[in-house]
Each structure stands twice: as C-alpha cells, then as structure tokens.
Design a protein around this ligand. Sequence first.
Ligand code: NAI
Ligand code: HPV
Length: 413
Amino acid sequence: MAIKKTSYPLQDIRVLLLEGVSKTAVDTFRAAGYTQIEYHEKSLPEDELKRRIAEAHIVGIRSRSHLTAEVIANARRLVAVGCFCIGTNQVDLEAAELAGIPVFNAPYSNTRSVAELVIAEAILLMRGIPQKNAECHRGGWSKSAAGSHEVRGKTLGIVGYGHIGTQVGVLAEGIGMNVIFHDIETKLSLGNARHASSLDDLLRRSDVVTLHVPETSSTQGMIGAAQIASMKPGAHLLNASRGTVVDIDALAAALKSGHIGGAAIDVFPVEPKGNDDSFVSPLVGMDNVILTPHVGGSTLEAQDNIGLEVAAKLVRYSDNGSTLSAVNFPEVTLPGHDGSHRFLHIHRNVPGVLSQINDLFSAHKVNIDGQYLRTDAKVGYVVIDATASEEQTSVLKEALAAVPGTLRTRVLY
Ligand SMILES: NC(=O)C1=CN([C@@H]2O[C@H](COP(=O)(O)OP(=O)(O)OC[C@H]3O[C@@H](n4cnc5c(N)ncnc54)[C@H](O)[C@@H]3O)[C@@H](O)[C@H]2O)C=CC1
Ligand SMILES: O=C(O)C(=O)COP(=O)(O)O
C-alpha cells in the first residue's frame, strides 16, 4: 500500500483520544492509515493533559477536558482539535485559532438523544413520578392522582430554539403540548410553536421550561433567583444545556419552598472529572428532582455517529487541508491535489501577507496550480497547490514560515 505523505509521514502523526470517545473514531483513523492512536477512557488531570498534548498532532475530547489558552500554548505540535460532542465552550477557541489550530465538533449527532430525554423527563415530572419512584423504593405506597397531570394541552417553554430546542418542540407538539420559545436570534417556528415576547413572558406562561442554549457570557447565570421567581407556581425546570446557565442554589431553594414543582438536571456548574469521582450538589436527596450524570447526548447511536463524523473531519483536515465546518477558523473546502504539493499557510490577518507569499513562489520559480484563501477578522488561511521539486518545497516551506505574521505552515505531498 502506498504510504500517504503529509508534512509528517502519516505513521508519525500522533492522535490522542480522551474521555472514551466512540471506538468508531479509532476505526476511522486506522482505516485512513493512522497508526499512533493513544486512547483514554477518561479526561486527564491538567498537568498530564499538558504533557500529553505537547506530543500530539491531533486531540479528541468531549465536554470535560478544558483546553485553556495555557494548555494550548503547551500544544506545540497540535494541528487540530476534535470535540466529539456539540458544545465547544470547553476550548478557548480564540487561543486555538491564534495558534493556527482549527476546532471541529459534531453539531447534530446527539441532538435527537437530548430531545428524547427531555420529552421523557417532562412527562415524568408532570406525573410526579420521581417522588413516587423514590417513595416505592423506600417501601411506601401512595396511589393518588393528586399533583399528576397529562402533558397534553400544557405549555412547554423552550429557551434556545436551535437544533435541540426545535427537535424538542416538534416532539412535544406530537404529544399535544403547546410550544412557545425564546431565542436571541430570529427563528423560524416549526409546527405551531410560537415566539414568546421575552424570556420573562416565556417563564410566566410555561408549565415546563427547558433550556437549550450554549454556554456563553450571555447565558451564564441566565436563570437565577429572579427568573425562577417569575415561573408559574408548581412549574418544572429542565436543564440539559450547560451547568452554568442555572443558579443551582436558587433552584434548590425554590424546589424546597415548593414554588418549583420538580426539576430534571443533566449538567452542573462543577461536574466530576470521571466516573470514579463523587458527585456533590445541593439537589442531591430531593425526591422531586431527576439527576442525570451529563448523559443527554450519551446514547450508543449518538456516540457512534459522533465518532465517525468528527474523526472524518480531522482526517480530512490532516490529509487534505479542508476546514469545512470548523467552529473557529476560516472555512475552505479543497479538491484533491494529485501531482502537486499543497502548502498550507495560516497567518494573522494583516495587510501584505498574501503578496509576500506569492512573491516567494515567484522568486523560487515555482508555478502555482491553484490557490484558495479565506479570512476572518483575525486569521487568514491560504492554501497553494504548486508543482515543485522536493527540494524547492523544503526551501519554500522554510521561507513561508519566516513571513511576518505566520502562525503555522504545513505541506501535504
Ligand atoms: N446534556 C448534553 O449531553 C448535551 C448538551 N448540549 C448543550 O446544548 C446546547 C445547545 O445545543 P444545540 O441546540 O445543538 O445548539 P444550537 O447552537 O443549535 O442552539 C442554541 C440556540 O440558543 C440560542 N441562544 C444563544 N444564546 C442565547 C440567549 N442568551 N438567550 C436565548 N437563546 C440563546 C442560539 O441563538 C441558538 O438558537 C449546546 O451548546 C450544549 O452546550 C448539547 C448536546 C448534548
Ligand atoms: O454535546 C455536548 O455538548 C454535550 O454536552 C455532550 O457532552 P459529552 O460528550 O457527553 O461529554
């Protein structure tokens, strides 16, 4: 079998996979010819992460590994990051971009899994099942319809009407709920869902409120004591988005006082690092709360699809340079480059870089077969296919790396 050559021979590219990403990711890398794959079931403590990432060319994580600016500064060889999940808040995306590292994720593969869990929990909460379940486990028996309701005809309020929020809305309408939603963007409503006029309006009108926003500066703490107080007495709150979105102490107080009837919480401000760590929360021990260990997206179907999707994006970038669907990087879709060497040049987006690059090619008498450029406010990504000898390529690579503003260069043969 012919060995594909990149800047590094393919068999020297080190792939570090953390947090038990699906084995479909490993299979995808192997099928593409990658042999150096280090696989961990858990996240790594920060010190160890810094050590391991310093040797890696590609790293794959889920929601628990925090790739801070400091960790990224340690990642001298890192070419790309794969978040084998939807959320990318655990990565300092700007620091990664300025280090010339694109970050990829799986924006849809676990959407349905979260939506199904949310619908199931809405039904269980409206029936008071968490309390009844806990009571039966203690040997109690209170057969009664008091406080038990059908969801049919009740109002579901969705905060964050994106991929997950819309799926939840469609499923909820299928079982007869009225759906209202709040989003900071103008959104096309699906089915009979209706915009709420504000977050406060949604909170006041909903029997069940479910949160599906990303973690951003505008969503941190967005559901605090005041917002919880605005909710209908006895209403239920679901959070399968990010733990920082809800003030958990305020929620615990409202559950104790009975203002909130029940809650289903999948994500927490501080989550255990792994399955061996213990879980601590003011919500522990409350019968009217469904607690789940951040498993909204953890179904075998979702994880297998995520493994395939993100590994394929990483292989494509590593082998071909395409950044399509990167979350922090100018997006370039590239054809194959048979017969020419492909130069990848990532630089700060300042005037004059492109002309210096082109001057270098003409000074070295190397003909450009194709050129692709995308920029965003901070970074430019130029890809040049050229017919060059191995020697010309190696001289050019060094010259390109010396262009002021260069963040990273790579050559694909
Ligand atoms: N519990 C779990 O296992 C999982 C959790 N998630 C979390 O769910 C989040 C949402 O996922 P998707 O629906 O795929 O994302 P998305 O990006 O498709 O939708 C998010 C929506 O929230 C809206 N939004 C942002 N800031 C807002 C604000 N301040 N107020 C109101 N709306 C706001 C956005 O405009 C967008 O429509 C992810 O970012 C992730 O954090 C995702 C998958 C699994
Ligand atoms: O997809 C997401 O954003 C999630 O929260 C799921 O995270 P996980 O892969 O289960 O650590």
